[in-house]
Design a binder for this molecule. Structure first.
Ligand code: TXA
Ligand code: MG
Length: 309
């Protein structure tokens, strides 16, 4: 039996299948089955208060799961799907509450990866899938990363090679009249605004100690196990330089940086270092998504300096 057919058979039986997308690998289950979706939360150690994204094959299917589908959603879906954009909309009852952590909205996305799309077409239903990592770890961008994170708790891993984008999708909330950017990602705010006008940006997590006021917006997220700190380019000479620390410098462009970021963090994390230092991307268009991930994955350099003996 080919692997996609086997994946479909497992999903129909309520099992978990990890699959590649253009952003990061997802840990998928039948989104209409609460028992299957529960297994995702168990495998990840994910708090039940953090909702999952529902993946579908196309816009027509997405509309089935949205109680209200605004014109803006059509414009965005026509332009950016398949692609790294998740649209949050009021949900229908076909999506069980466990998927959305009890919220009355659901995040919908059509991934741009041939294996994900073939799986969605052959499964012919919605797949709930968060990133295929343990809760709060760095997202996986290869099948090996998924194996290292989840081991036997996933029934099958479809290997599609390294992910093209490398960081998670943009999450845009259209469930209320005011569009809100909940997570920057592969589609930029400027790209979204050129189609639907002004978008409010959720900034609750950036450099603040306040607790999350919206699901998934915790400050520490996507982080390595080794203590990790961010530094600004002009602070390079303040870093300790010895064999016990790893330093991750910026690359020439944000697309390449996003592609490599999680794999590099993982590589450094496996070296048993005392600390990892990550150069903070500029506060500039194009860099916002990776800047967000670096801020969430690291503490400030001042924190490190006050902790050092
Ligand atoms: O690129 C991606 O989005 C990947 C691939 C696998 O599709 N998935 C992913 O899922 O990153 P996850 O679970 O790691 O992140 C989903 C984010 C979380 O921050 C969650 O809180 C938010 O989307 N989210 C999902 N549904 C939501 C909803 N109804 N309202 C608000 N936020 C929601
Ligand atoms: Mg995640």
């Amino acid at each position: 039996m080919n692997e996609i057919a086997q994946a479909v058979r497992l999903l129909r039986a309520g099992c978990l299948v990890a699959f590649p997308t253009e952003t990061v690998y997802g840990l998928g289950a039948d989104a209409t089955r609460a028992d299957a979706v529960e297994k995702i939360f168990q495998a990840k150690g994910r708090p039940p208060t953090n909702p999952l994204i529902v993946h579908v094959a196309d816009m027509r299917i997405a509309r089935r799961f949205a109680a209200h589908w605004p014109d803006a959603a059509t414009r965005l879906a026509e332009k950016f799907w398949p692609g790294p954009l998740t649209i949050v909309l009021k949900k229908t009852n076909e999506i069980p509450d466990v998927v959305t952590a009890g919220l009355d909205s659901v995040g919908l996305r059509v991934p741009d990866h041939p294996i994900a799309l073939q799986l969605l077409h052959e499964f012919a239903g919605p797949l709930a899938a968060p990133s295929a990592n343990r809760s709060n770890h760095v997202s996986p961008t290869t099948a090996d990363h998924v194996r290292a994170e989840l081991g036997d708790s996933v029934d099958l891993i479809l290997d599609g090679g390294p992910c093209r984008v490398g960081i998670e999708s943009t999450v845009l909330d259209l469930s209320t009249p005011e569009p809100k950017l909940l997570r920057p990602g592969g589609v930029s705010r400027e790209q979204l605004e050129s189609l639907i006008g002004p978008i409010a940006v959720f900034r609750g997590h950036v450099d603040s100690n306040q607790s999350a006021s919206s699901p998934g917006q915790q400050l520490v997220h996507y982080s390595p196990k080794t203590p990790a700190y961010r530094f600004e380019s002009h602070e390079l000479d303040r870093l300790p330089k010895n064999d016990n620390v790893g330093i991750l410098r910026l690359t020439e462009n944000a697309v390449k940086y996003a592609h490599d970021l999680y794999a590099e963090l993982r590589r450094l994390d496996e070296m048993s270092l005392k600390a990892i230092f990550v150069e903070l991307p500029p506060d500039a268009p194009g860099w916002q998504a990776v800047r967000d991930r670096v801020v969430r994955a690291t503490g400030s350099l001042a924190d490190q300096e006050s902790a050092a003996p």
